[in-house]
Ligand binder design. Structure first.
Ligand code: SF4
Ligand code: FES
Length: 305
């Protein structure tokens, strides 16, 4: 990562060749197409692809949206590694000595056209792990009066896994997903652990059963390539190990789920007056209490006079 940061602040070669893997669903033909473009400092691979699309070949198909590493839609194989195109600078993948880089669609996903892949099965697997809080107090769930308790320490336990942007890079890097379509995959399993470890969730037995399924956590070979490519440092490989450990302890009768946190009591409204800071004292003659009782209405038309 340190090396990547170093090359991200470098200037890319003035001109680069971009080798793009194309696919036509009409003919079933796959081919590599090469484009040459001028670059600039800070240019990302997504910028390069958009420049090609705008100035040379509008037929290239790809998916992107936020251009800032948040939406997770621009995942591609760049120089052989799953990466976000908007987070990868040209200077990270092309050098003066080797002014060329390759772009391919994500592996382990059906290709729709060119760089566009089909995420239907990915999101079906995500849904399978029930990625939401499940509780018995349905009344509070339907008509929330307050919020569920969670201490900062409890939040830290699940925080890294909650950063997932569903980009699919981990699934694309996973050797088990490559050979077994049924495998839930690192993204769904990381989310399974995120909710199992959440002290507000009450469905941990149900979740451990999903992890114990023949397509669940035990299928992982722990290659850890998922964690190596994750752009948000989610560490799905670590999450799967946590799931396996919880599963083993559960089966041996050793796993004790922490207490389930309930809703916090509604806050008491304090009658105590909070003193104004020295720099915010009212002007002489202002009756602050009267202003609190009856807020002053400012007539905007008078301001313009
Ligand atoms: S775990 Fe990481 S690589 Fe996998 S989908 Fe989430 S953000 Fe992307
Ligand atoms: S365009 Fe949103 S993550 Fe790249």
């Amino acid at each position: 990562m340190a090396l990547e940061l170093k090359s991200a602040v470098k200037t890319p070669p003035k001109r680069v060749r971009v080798r793009i893997k194309r696919f036509s669903p009409e003919t079933g033909r796959e081919w590599w197409q090469v484009y040459e473009i001028d670059t600039y400092r800070g240019m990302t691979v997504l910028d390069a692809l958009l420049q090609i699309k705008e100035t040379q070949d509008h037929t290239i198909v790809m998916r992107y949206s936020c251009r800032m590493g948040v939406c997770g839609s621009c995942g591609m194989i760049i120089n052989g590694t799953p990466r976000l195109a908007c987070q990868t600078q040209v200077s990270m993948v092309a050098t003066e000595e080797e002014p060329e880089f390759t772009v391919e669609p994500l592996r382990n996903f059906p290709v729709i056209r060119d760089l566009l892949t089909d995420f239907t099965s990915f999101f079906e697997k995500h849904r399978k792990v029930k990625p939401y809080l499940i509780r018995r107090d349905t009344v509070e769930q339907e008509n929330p009066k307050t919020e569920y308790k969670m201490t900062p320490e409890e939040h830290i336990e699940i925080y890294p896994y909650s950063l997932c942007i569903s980009c699919g890079l981990c699934v694309s890097a996973c050797p088990v997903s490559a050979s077994d379509e049924g495998f839930l995959g690192p993204q769904a399993l990381a989310q399974l652990w995120r909710y199992t470890a959440d002290v507000r969730d009450e469905a941990w037995v149900e979740r451990l059963q999903i992890a114990d399924d023949e397509n669940g956590a035990l299928k992982c070979h722990f290659a850890a390539s998922c964690s190596a490519v994750c752009p948000k440092a989610v560490d799905p490989g670590g999450a799967i190990q946590m799931l396996r450990s919880a599963l083993l302890k559960y089966k041996l009768g050793l796993w004790r789920k922490r207490k389930i946190n309930g809703p916090v009591p509604p806050l008491e409204v304090s009658k105590e007056k909070v003193p104004l800071p020295p720099e915010a004292q009212p002007v002489d003659g202002a009756d602050v209490e009267a202003m609190e009782r009856e807020p002053v209405v400012i007539d905007a038309s008078k301001l313009l006079e």
